[in-house]
Design a protein around this ligand. Sequence first.
Ligand code: AMP
Ligand code: MG
Length: 389
Amino acid sequence: MVTIEEAFSILKNALPNPKVAQVVLEKASKHILAEDLYAPISMPPFRQSAMDGFALGLYEGVEYEIVGEIKAGDAHQVELQAGQAVKIFTGAPVPDSASAVIQIEKVTVNGTKLQLEAPPKQGVNIRPIGEQNLKGELILEKGTLLNAACIGFLAGLGLTHVQVYQKPSVGILVTGNELVAPGLPLSYGKIYESNSVMLAIALQESFFGNATIYKVDDDFENTKIKIAQALDENEVILISGGISVGDYDFVAKALEALEVETLFYKVKQKPGKPLFAGKYNDKMVFALPGNPAASLTCFYVYVLPSLKIISGFTTDFGQTVSKKLTHNFTVSNARNQFLKGYIQGDEVTVLSHQNSSMLNTFSISNGLVYVEDGGYELAKGDVVEVFVI
Ligand code: AMP
Ligand code: MG
């Protein structure tokens, strides 16, 4: 049995290094950039009109002669003399000979005659070359979490691929003779299997893709075979249930038989005491308790930070926020606890139904309140640490 802090530090030292992969831009979002990126072009690449209006061969006067038109995408140059203007549209290239663009709203047009209210300032409404970035400039740093704006920014510079840290493939193996898939009739002694879908969705919500789900009954040989298969097909496996000390809990024995290295087994915490973490070559194995609330708590506290670190995030374990309790609370436990809580602003309320088998209040929880072991009173207004979920 290890403490929570020990479990965190063991994991930190054992997690495999992030792997780099070249991906198409469309697949890069929610990944961490694995390279410094330099601009392949200046943006804008040419002097660009910021307005619909007229590009002017500037002089002191307010009357101009319109000599042509340039729309977005056009490539022709127009040689403007002082006092000449060309009609121009947003995004169109401004001729080298023009030194300002005046908005359509600020002029009067009569045939080819253009009348201004006042002479505009030099350079106005012209986006200079490289106004956003110059060719060769550092545009995004290694370690950036890519989002829609990043993707648009890079696409706008003509990039089609980037190097990111790969996200590991994840397999979820569910154990238990008593488990029945939702939708089927429930006979006496059985319960509906909910951990696989819960963990799969928790992964999806955190952008860890589509997990492969495996199921096995409480049988040593079958458990061994399924774990071996899941290990073969994934980089990280999550096992649900069968990790306690009951006569029909075969996960620990199967992991041992498969020579999965134990990083730790059992953590001094509630819920989630039976948690196991192991390593098989460069692959990570987490065996989570079957009780649904314990399973999900271990997922958020241990598995998710691990997956993020493996994927190049700078996340650490045990990241909490400080909140004030909305009520008095009596602590009485020999283990440190993660309690389903509800955060509102800078306050947090400990919810009812804390049993590890119950998900009803987990469903409305947005944070796990962390309380140290012992027997003591917490008062309304006391500051507690909360794992945000
Ligand atoms: P175990 O860790 O296998 O001893 O299971 C602990 C408790 O969690 C038992 O009451 C199981 O029936 C329940 N449980 C185990 N796996 C699941 C699951 N996949 N979905 C829902 N409940 C489960
Ligand atoms: Mg079981």
